[in-house]
Design a protein around this ligand. Structure first.
Ligand SMILES: Nc1ncnc2c1ncn2[C@@H]1O[C@H](COP(=O)(O)OP(=O)(O)OP(=O)(O)O)[C@@H](O)[C@H]1O
Ligand SMILES: [Mg+2]
Length: 403
């Protein structure tokens, strides 16, 4: 198949940057590279015009500069359908700064300096996400946001958070703004110990096991047919009901599953496995927000920190959010809270209280919390988390939708 030529516009006043990108990408016959020796703000609104003519816009930016952020917002708002925005920033950018950029509408934050190999790898991935074949749905095809959920220790509540967050993100539980109704997919990648299927009382099905055994890369029809859809619209890919070795999946299969689900959903929520197998890497590479579910016990906090550090070696711009489960928000923070906040480099914004009654009712009835205890403190706290996520990561990058 002939690969269509994609055109890239590089906007930077720094000749060294444009030269480095030009020589990294110049040899690729599938890419046409054009450069504007200017900053985004110097283009003074003209960037929007250029955005009509190119598939990728790469620009260097300083997230501390409000004018830059404003220019990015404009560009993101008025871009032609399918145009992907990549921001180059210094490699020691803080998480808060990276988050500012994605909030403004950037699809990918790339730390600079970046090697040619890294840059082409990122572009290939984004290109695969937005090829005409996959956006053939025209208006409404999506590039969904990926939220991965990890646990600081066994039983810390990661599955409860993943499942009920996915449910809340659909918008049907009344947690979000009335107009915010989202398509959401929930994937149980806890291959060996996954409990989402039973927590939602789904029929046993072994899509992931079949993929592992056949070694095939799925297409969207296969995935959609094998996913269960709940009444509220949440679609679910459960873990196999039979035993599967934890390394049974390959990284390219996992990457394909996520790519496909992101094209058809506004949000994809992934319950991660306990083991850090190789195929977790593509999940983390694509993750927009990693939630680490923990409690305040010292070993949990330490493990949460180690996990964060490890995942950031895979995805340097990874945004992480700490979710404290079975912990009520304190009125006044004690030394323990302050130490945890420092160790996790987090403001500790999300607290989910102990709520045995609601948790038990949900498990017993095989339904999300919103269906069995919509007003319980735990349901509300997860709704609050969903709202914060939709604010930080609006379901904005919809390819082809007029916004
Ligand atoms: N805030 C809470 N209040 C009361 N019970 C909770 C709360 N959070 C989770 N639970 C319960 O604790 C148990 C473990 O939760 P869950 O399965 O979500 O944890 P996990 O981190 O995914 O565990 P695993 O290591 O098995 O993957 C479940 O029975 C769940 O209903
Ligand atoms: Mg679990």
């Amino acid at each position: 198949m002939k690969v269509p030529v994609k055109s890239i516009l590089v906007i930077t006043p720094d000749a060294a940057v444009s030269q480095a990108i030009g020589s990294a990408l110049g040899g690729d016959p599938g890419l046409k590279v054009e450069t504007k020796a200017s900053s985004l703000t110097q283009l003074n609104g003209k960037a929007v015009k250029f955005a009509q003519e190119h598939d990728f816009i790469i620009f260097d930016t300083d997230p501390g500069n409000e004018a830059d952020l404003h220019a990015i917002e404009e560009l993101a708002r008025d871009r032609r359908e399918g145009v992907i925005l990549l921001a180059l920033t210094s490699s020691d950018i803080s998480l808060a700064a990276a988050r500012k950029l994605t909030r403004a509408g950037v699809d990918e934050v790339l730390p600079y300096p970046i090697t040619g190999a890294e840059l082409t790898e990122q572009l290939d991935r984004l290109r695969a996400r937005a090829t005409p074949e996959v956006v053939k749905g025209g208006a409404g095809a999506r590039i969904g946001r990926l939220i991965a959920v990890a646990q600081a220790r066994g039983g810390s509540g990661a599955t409860t958070v993943a499942l009920n967050l996915a449910d809340a993100l659909t918008g049907k539980g009344g947690f979000l703004h009335k107009a915010d109704k989202h398509k959401v997919a929930l994937v149980d990648f806890d291959l060996q110990f996954g409990t989402i299927g039973s927590a939602l009382d789904l029929d046993e099905q072994d899509t992931l096991l079949k993929l592992a055994q056949d070694g095939t890369v799925p297409d969207i029809r296969f995935l959609e047919q094998s996913m269960a859809t709940l009444p509220g619209g949440l679609s679910v890919l459960p873990a196999p009901s039979k035993f599967a070795p934890v390394d049974a999946l390959r990284a390219d299969q996992v990457a394909a599953i996520l790519d496909l689900l992101r094209q058809t959903n506004d949000y994809v929520v992934v319950d991660l496995p306990r083991a850090l197998v190789g195929w977790v890497e593509p999940v983390i590479e694509q993750t927009d927000e990693l939630l680490i579910v923990t409690d305040l016990a010292v070993p949990s906090v330490r493990h949460a920190r180690r996990l964060m550090d490890f995942f950031k070696t895979v995805n340097i711009g990874l945004q992480t959010t700490v979710v404290l489960n079975r912990e009520s928000r304190p009125l006044i923070r004690s030394g323990v809270h302050k130490e945890a906040a420092a160790a996790l480099n987090s403001k500790l914004e999300f607290w989910l209280p102990v709520d045995e009654k609601a948790a038990r009712a949900a498990v017993d009835q095989g339904k999300p919390l919103s269906a069995v205890a919509s007003r319980s403190p735990l349901t509300k706290a997860i709704g609050h988390l969903a709202k914060a996520i939709t604010k930080a990561l609006p379901a904005a990058a919809r390819v082809g939708a007029s916004r």
